[in-house]
Design a protein around this ligand. Sequence first.
Ligand SMILES: [Zn+2]
Length: 287
Amino acid sequence: MVTHAFSVDLEDWFQGIDMPVDAWPSQPDRLDHGLDVLLGLLDDAEVLATFFVLGWVAEHRPDIVRRLASAGHEIGSHGECHEKLYDLDRDRFRASEADVKARLEDLSGVAVRGFRAPFFSLTLDSLWACDVLPELGYQYDCSISPVVTWRYGIEGAPEGLFRLENGLLEFTVSTWSLAGRRLGSGGAYLRLFPQILTRRPFVRGDRSGESAMFYVHPWEFDPDHPNVQMERKARFTHYQNLRVTAKRTARLLSRHRFGTIGTTIKEAERSDTIPRVSLDALKVREA
Ligand SMILES: [Zn+2]
């Protein structure tokens, strides 16, 4: 049975919205509320996950990184302050990401090999990140979404785990289709659509032997976190149906095999099933 990837973007509720960084320190810290629920579910299912930790969280809550690493979970990076890659440039990203990686390795005591950009913001406007990540020592990236939204996505991007010509592994958001539209299988999609639909990539993967990607955030397990004003489309995906996250995650964990992204990569390498994709193939819809 194939192992699917269970990934967590480790950030507090106010970091998953477009709130300016200087407002963060005055917000109520709710990270433990959702994280405790999520870790309870993972413990019950005896599943290890990959946690993409925000650099800001690692700085302010180093105890959490140590706790996750000592429990055996894989630690990856979610960037410094939740800035979208397409709002940065190559040099600023390289400098801040080198710091985050060093901080996470210091706290966890292990090499950090994986990265996920905030808001899946590796798009056609920030493909330079695919060059910078291996320079920093990253082996894999999980920042590309073949699902296109107002905030992220690369139309027509290949799906699943593949290797770019520079050696960087990409593991994208897993998708399913409804009325010709591609949709995702974690986060808001898990909460907004019936689970019979969002489970499709995992059911498909169990048949084909290819891992699918699940992702979720601690604040999605904390329905009582503060409700703040924001534009309507962001508000809907952030707050809608938070009370179903735990139940649906537990159900998913009980029906499919999950593990860290590192585990899914090892399995795919062993079976020699990782396709090669050129960066140009990602730009296919640009013309
Ligand atoms: Zn995030």
